[in-house]
Design a protein around this ligand. Sequence first.
Ligand SMILES: Cc1ncc(COP(=O)(O)O)c(C=O)c1O
Length: 432
Amino acid sequence: MKQERSIQLFEKAKTLMPGGVNSPVRAFRSVGGTPVFMKRGKGAVIIDEDDNEYVDYCCSWGPLILGHANDKVEKAIIDTVKNGASFGAPTALENQLAELIISNHKYIEKIRFVSSGTEAVMSALRLARGVTGKSKIIKFEGCYHGHVDSLLVKAGSGLVTFGESSSAGVPPAYANETIVLPLNDEEKVKSTLEKLHTEIAAIIIEPIPANNGLLLQSHKFLLHLRELCTQYNVLLIFDEVISGFRVGFEGAAGLYDIQPDIITFGKIIGGGMPVGAYAASAKIMSHVSPEGPVYQAGTLSGNPVAMASGIAQLTECLQPHFYQELQHKTDKLVNGIKQHVQSKGYEITIYNIGSIFWFTFSDMKHLTRADQIDSGKMTLFNKVYHYLLENGIYFGPSGYEVGFVSHAHSDAVIEKTIAILNSAFDKVFAEK
Ligand SMILES: Cc1ncc(COP(=O)(O)O)c(C=O)c1O
């Protein structure tokens, strides 16, 4: 595998940007080696600066549900940018995207567009605090909600762990506003709310936790969160930056039929352009400025080019059978590797929900909490990762990252992936 140009570009990048990247995981620190610099993508395939080709299961970390450079998305972006890139004044495109989403999503009535998932979460927390007049937030260990100060916290031990920041530069006072609990543990949520509900504004959860492996929660646990939030006047925030428009147009709210108080969106909503959003009932959203006292603004919010891209992509997601087809493709991939792994008796756990999938080296059938992931076995993932890369398959560069299947992944591409993944497993277990 040629790498000269990626190596050169990375050396240069390191002189210009911290770690040579604009988002840390891209630096390949987890899997080792040099990050691959990409120059082009079409459908399920991406091509790097050394002209190596890969089938892509990172899909820009989730946004590209139609694959790369989809013709309709590309046309919408080009047609729109010809009229100007930004006005800082309202455009009809904002109405169009808002209406497209709201009229097809029964769990929300009003939406506010921002420019990233982090911004969406940050704004949702402020809104929850503004509505309830309370300050503390419960989050779950293993859920990532962007680099919002008060959510960059890790859990310690004990029933209720007040956050300790996992990033320098976060004042302890901010981290102290966050309570971190283990996923899928009804009792801990209940006892925490019993004790502290007068201080807690919201519970935020990725209803399909997909940032620390894929830690699927029981429906019962999610329903329990809903009931407790209602009982204690605490808002339930579903962070659907990954799951929104991914496991169905109505995301996890629709899949589980649970009404959250606020939903955050990102990734797919912008068709690959920088868009995030938060949405809720008209009553809750009436607290947002200029209607209400919760201030939130953005120079590029609702940017017309980004809106056009989102409209084009979400219109495709609404086509009949779109999600069934995606599910079918992903089931094919997952079943193809599951059968091999089972027949060989390898200790690998593989599962998927909709078009999100994950495999990890474990003898547990189903992992629901972050502490169940065997970090010691990530060295095996790293070996698999490099074998895949050398054989033309690109995953997010960490064993904690999930994979995404796009509509552009054909049966042939999936069959090729199954064969390469299975031989990667054979190789790693033969060496063990
Ligand atoms: C669930 C979730 N929330 C929030 C974010 C932050 O989004 P962004 O990276 O667009 O700021 C992410 C990013 O991966 C995410 O997965």
